[in-house]
Write a protein of this length. Structure first.
Length: 396
C-alpha cells in the first residue's frame, strides 16, 4: 500500500506551495543596459525596441507583419474590427472569455460550436454545420498551445468566403508540422502575459500577411489617428511600451529552449500519469508540437474514483495549486445568457470536458524532482481514492 495522501493526514508532498505557473525570465543583467538606456533617453514608448521586436517576431513567425499591441485581447478586438466582422462569427466555447468578448465589442454575435473530444480544439465539422448566410468569420483557438486544424479550417473559410482568425494567445512555442503557428488564416493573435512561454510583462502580437490589416492595426493602436489628428474609424490606445519590447526580445531568444524543455517535462509527467485509469490528456496531432502553455488533465470519475474537484482539493492539501481553466465554458457566462436557447444541447463535448479538466502546475524550468512530485501526489491520491472521497464527503 502506498503512502497516504496529505488530505488523509500525511505530510504534504511539497513543503511550500507549488504555484500553477512561473514565468521563465531573463536575469536583470541581461536587459539592464537597455532599460538604463530608455530611462536615460526618456524613450519609453514608440521607440527602436518596439521596431526591433516586431522585426524579429515577423522573422521568427515567417509572416510579413507582426504588430505589437498592449494585450492579446485588444489585438483580437482591433483585428475583428479591421476584418470588418459582422453578423455572426463562429467560435469555440471551451476557451478563455477574451477570445469572445472582443467580438461583442465590435458588434458581432458569437455562435458557439463544440470542440473535438481528443484535441479540445474547435471541431471543423461543427464549424461547417454552424455556417449561415449571416456568418462572416471563424475564430479558432490553439487551445493550451495545441495547434488547431489550421488547414482544414482554412479550406472551410475559403469555400464559404469567410474570414478566419486564430486566437494564438497560447501559441508561442507551438509548431504546426514543424513550423511556428502564426501565418494561418487572416491573422493570428498572440498573448505575451506572464503565464505564456514568450513574456513581455503584458502585451500581444497580431501576426498577418495581409498588408491592409497590418496597417489598420498600426493606426487602430494609436486611437485611430490618421496622422493629422483626424480619424476614419474609432481606435484605442493599444501600444506596447519599450520596456515590454525589451523583455520580449530577450524572451524570444529563450523561446525555443523553453518550449523544448517544457515538452520534455510534460512528456515525463504524461507518461507516468497516463498509466492511471481515468486520466486523459489532449491529443496532439502527429507532426505538431504543443506549447503546453497549460498542462490540463481530464478526470473521468467513473475510472479514477474521484471527481475533478475532489482531485483539486486533494492536490491543494499536497500544496499543489491547480486551475479549472475554461470552466465555466463561455456560452454559460451571464454575458451570453441571451444566446442560451441557441446552444442548449449543442455543445456536448464542451459540457463534458469543461467540468472534468484540471490544469496542473507547469513551467519551462520545472526540474524533474518537481515533476515527479506532482505525479507521486496524484498516484497516492488515486491509490486512496475511496478514503479521499469519503473524507471529502464527510467534510462537506
Ligand atoms: C485563449 C485566450 N485568449 C485571449 C487571452 C487574452 O490575453 P491577454 O491577457 O494578453 O489579453 C487569453 C489570456 O490568457 C487566453 O487564454
Amino acid at each position: 500500500m502506498s503512502d497516504k495522501p496529505a488530505i488523509l493526514g500525511n505530510t504534504p508532498v511539497f513543503r511550500e506551495r507549488l504555484p500553477i505557473v512561473q514565468p521563465t525570465l531573463p536575469p536583470f543583467e541581461a536587459i539592464a543596459s537597455q532599460v538604463e538606456e530608455i530611462l536615460s533617453t526618456g524613450m519609453l514608448t514608440k521607440g527602436k525596441y518596439l521596431r526591433l521586436f516586431e522585426e524579429r517576431l515577423a522573422e521568427y513567425l515567417g509572416v510579413r507583419h507582426a504588430v505589437c499591441v498592449s494585450s492579446c485581447t485588444l489585438g483580437l478586438a482591433l483585428t475583428y474590427q479591421g476584418l470588418e466582422l459582422k453578423g455572426e462569427v463562429i467560435v469555440p466555447s471551451f476557451t478563455f472569455m477574451a477570445t469572445v468578448h472582443p467580438l461583442v465589442w465590435v458588434g458581432v454575435e458569437p455562435v458557439f460550436v463544440d470542440i473535438d473530444p481528443h484535441t479540445w480544439n474547435i471541431d471543423p465539422a461543427k464549424v461547417e454545420e454552424a455556417i449561415t448566410p449571416r456568418t462572416s468569420g471563424i475564430v479558432a483557438v490553439h487551445n493550451f498551445g495545441n495547434p488547431a486544424d489550421v488547414e482544414i479550417l482554412e479550406d472551410i473559410a475559403r469555400r464559404h468566403g469567410l474570414r478566419l482568425v486564430f486566437d494564438a494567445a497560447h501559441g508561442f512555442g507551438a509548431l504546426y508540422q514543424g513550423k511556428p503557428v502564426g501565418g494561418y488564416g487572416d491573422a493570428e493573435v498572440f498573448s505575451l502575459s506572464p503565464t505564456k512561454l514568450l513574456v513581455a510583462g503584458e502585451g500581444g502580437v497580431v501576426a498577418t500577411n495581409d498588408d491592409a490589416l497590418a496597417e489598420h492595426i498600426r493606426i487602430a493602436r494609436e486611437y485611430g489617428n490618421d496622422g493629422r489628428y483626424g480619424s476614419n474609424f474609432p481606435g484605442l490606445n493599444a501600444r506596447m511600451p519599450e520596456f515590454n519590447a525589451i523583455l520580449g526580445l530577450k524572451s524570444l531568444e529563450m523561446l525555443e529552449e523553453n518550449a523544448e524543455r517544457r515538452n520534455q517535462v510534460v512528456k515525463r509527467i504524461r507518461e507516468r500519469l497516463e498509466r492511471l485509469p481515468g486520466l486523459n490528456f489532449q491529443a496532439i496531432r502527429p507532426g505538431n508540437r504543443c506549447s503546453y502553455k497549460d498542462l490540463s488533465v481530464l478526470v473521468d470519475e467513473s475510472k479514477f474514483g474521484l471527481t475533478r474537484d475532489q482531485l483539486a482539493q486533494a492536490l491543494d492539501a499536497e500544496n499543489i495549486e491547480t486551475r479549472k481553466y475554461h470552466d465555466p465554458p463561455v456560452h454559460t457566462h451571464n454575458t451570453y445568457r441571451h444566446l442560451r436557447e441557441r446552444h442548449v444541447g449543442r455543445l456536448p463535448v464542451t459540457e463534458w470536458v469543461a467540468p472534468r479538466s484540471l490544469s496542473l502546475p507547469i513551467y519551462s524550468h520545472m526540474d524533474e524532482a518537481i515533476a515527479d512530485g506532482i505525479c507521486y501526489a496524484i498516484e497516492r491520491i488515486y491509490a486512496h481514492a475511496d478514503a479521499v472521497r469519503a473524507a471529502l464527503v464527510a467534510h462537506q
